[in-house]
Design a protein. Sequence first.
Length: 388
Amino acid sequence: MTEAEQEEFRQGMETFLTHSLISMTLSNPRASEIKKIRIRPLTIKGVLFFQAAMYEEKKVFHKNFSAKTLLLQLMEWLGTFRQLEADNEKEHLTVLVSKKGKIKLIKKPQKQKLKQQELSHNRTKHYLLEEGVPIPFLVDLGVMTKEGRIVSKKYDKFRQINRFLEFIQDILPILPKDREIHMIDFGCGKSYLTFAMYYYLKEKLGYEVMITGLDLKTDVILHCSQLAERYGYTGCRFQVGDIEHYQREEPVDVVVTLHACDTATDFALEKAVRWNARAILSVPCCQHELNAQINQEILQPVLQYGIIKERMAALFTDGIRAELLKQCGYEVQILEFIDMEHTPKNLLIRAVKKSAPERNHSLDDLLRFLHVSPTLEKLLEPQPFNKE
């Protein structure tokens, strides 16, 4: 882009890089991993910025720019993209870039009035648990005020609870509708999510539900029991006990296990399989077992670094758990629970009972390759499928 073209482009963009911008899109790339870029204005603490959403094949990345830095970035991007479209309330701008890099700006008045978008960085999101509606257990747990406002320091917890309820919403079609739903929350702790599940399923959707919360801490269980009685949550019961030795006669439809440490997650998953649970929602934590077992010379160039070995072991642990559940007849997904910036323990294993058990011999090859013997594999012996 020549100096004259840069000046023409700068003048052309002058009325667009303001609060009045409605949308901007760069498209038609020559050769780039980024296929499209969409830009919108937003305010952060009263200061105007522009957020660029950069779309690759299966990912999208976001970055915020000031007007000055965005202008420089746009000039650079026009070396890759052949077209830019921008709208404000009064004008539509088209920027075309020829094969030789020459640019052409075309401005036209808007044919109809376009609606200015919300500029707030945290635009209102419709949560399953609404803001502004006081919910007793969220008030008692310090997440919400008595007026229904979210306590600023607890907003991440509020988002986490709603994110988890979205996973519950996804499994509603497989839950029984002609009888009481039986659920277990292993390692329930303060029971944010136990109460949230009960409130959502019983109070909002009208399901008959019985949820059992299990935890090792007697004082925590006593407190949760008192809260359940205060709220009138007759379908919530709490027991002191550990996952490994917990026994139950009644059927179980959903097993939840959040941050059960190390192999405690495996004991919870094994019980869910034995109970033939319709759905399993598990957020594992502190996967130390395979970290101590992995012994593969080919991988030593990277495994010699402790932090790399720890993270690889954790990922292998969850991947192997998912495959073992698939072999037991579950359809399994590994999903992001909350943003990585809040905690590295952000993966959720969601398993839904779907099909007949089937052996995956490639998993056996992987275990031999890594020289590992996971607890869940041993707990599931004899496997509910034919070993040949």
